[in-house]
Design a protein around this ligand. Structure first.
Ligand SMILES: [Zn+2]
Length: 381
């Protein structure tokens, strides 16, 4: 990547920074909670029309319950990069009344600006820069999904299919502290442990009962033995449900469990441990259901992309730290299939999923220029 080319990207992105900020604001005004298909589709329609304005070929991927996902493609040729992200948010419709869009200095506040409508705007600006400054000889595909915040159940097949055709996947999720890219994300397991016991009157014939609640309490304590904080393995029982009344020996009880791991090996170990659980009281039965979103491991491929991004950032006069996070994203899916993935390339900011959610709007141009440079480097080899 010549210094001149990078400077051209930077100049273009600075000239059109206001357009990108307006894009963030427009998308944020179209509130898009994952579970509200009509609302998510309104946001998706606006995004699709902006993508068409860029000259992209846009293909909606219709969904019955979730919002329609959007595939957008630009350029021709063999080599392809995939820009990946989501336009659903965790915020309900009406949140704008509590968190109005506001600019204070260089900061832009509002629901979904950091996670991750700011990242979408960066990708769109980068795509414009690549097209107008001089398109590399290859394809830029973008996949914008509608259900990441609830685990990507309907988008996963499309994510894996388009990632498999790509030389690299760039994920526009929020950056880490100081604009860091994410080179490691924990895998996340969601499990339900259900105990079935035998109900009885707690006063008249308690001996005929086998309490699901008491059994569950023992199971919750012994789950702690699967933890390994040094290796980043954490287990959190976030919710308990069980029993009907104090004078009834409980027939059923459930624990909702969140597990985080750094490696696929630890995921297998935890899955084996959970499936080996047996009841302490043989009159009760214990079953465990659930599974993992795999980790994004800091592999050689991930590091190769990170080194490349650091070089491009340096050409822009920026430092690019790396960051490991316990939170997952769709980058976990693509990286776990061995497709080179770099995550956290989106906005600089803070407060994802929090009331103070905000981005540094002044960072949008260099983030977009960096992404343009990265795309060109991967596509041109
Ligand atoms: Zn996100």
């Amino acid at each position: 990547m010549s210094d001149q080319r990078i400077r051209d990207y930077q100049a273009f992105c600075e000239r059109h920074g206001d357009w990108a900020i307006a894009t963030v604001e427009t998308l944020a005004r179209l509130e898009s909670p994952t579970t509200d298909k009509a609302a998510v589709d309104r946001c998706g329609d606006q995004l699709a029309s902006r993508l068409r304005d860029l000259g992209a070929r846009v293909t909606p991927l219709p969904q019955e319950r979730a919002g329609d996902h959007l595939l957008a493609e630009m350029g021709e040729g063999e080599s392809q990069v995939l820009l990946l992200g989501h336009f659903d948010t965790v915020w309900p419709v009406g949140q704008l009344d509590r968190m109005p869009l506001a600019r204070k200095g260089t900061q832009l506040f509002g629901p979904g600006v950091f996670d991750m409508k700011g990242g979408i705007a960066i990708a769109l600006l980068a795509a414009r820069a690549v097209r107008e400054v001089g398109a590399p000889n290859g394809r830029v595909a973008m996949l914008w999904t509608s259900d990441e915040e609830t685990g990507s159940a309907t988008s996963e097949p499309a994510i894996l299919a388009h990632a498999a055709r790509s030389a690299a996947v760039f994920v526009l999720e929020p950056s880490g502290p100081g604009g860091a890219v994410k080179t490691s994300r924990k895998g996340c397991g969601q499990f339900v442990l259900t105990v079935t016991g035998v109900s009885a009157h707690a006063g008249i014939e308690p001996e005929r009962g086998a309490s699901a609640v008491h059994e569950l309490a023992r199971q919750v304590v012994s789950l702690e033995s699967l933890r390994d904080p040094e290796a980043g393995v954490t287990i959190n029982v976030g919710q308990l449900h069980g029993g009907t009344r104090t004078n009834v020996v409980a027939e059923e009880a459930r624990a909702m469990i969140d597990v985080r791991i750094r490696t696929a090996a630890d995921a297998s170990r935890i899955e084996r441990g959970l499936s080996a659980i047996v009841a302490n009281d043989p009159r009760t039965t214990v079953t465990v259901t659930g599974g993992f979103r795999p980790p994004l491991e800091r592999t050689a491929e991930v590091l190769r992309l990170y080194e490349m991004a650091k070089e491009v950032a340096a050409q822009l006069g920026r430092e690019l730290p790396e960051f490991a996070t316990g939170g997952g994203s769709d980058g976990n899916l693509t990286a776990s299939r061995g497709i080179p993935t770099l995550d956290g390339l989106g906005a600089v900011g803070e407060g994802a999923h929090a009331l103070h959610e905000q981005i540094d709007a002044s960072a949008i141009p260099w983030r977009a220029a960096m992404l343009a440079g990265l795309m060109a480097r991967v596509i041109d080899g």
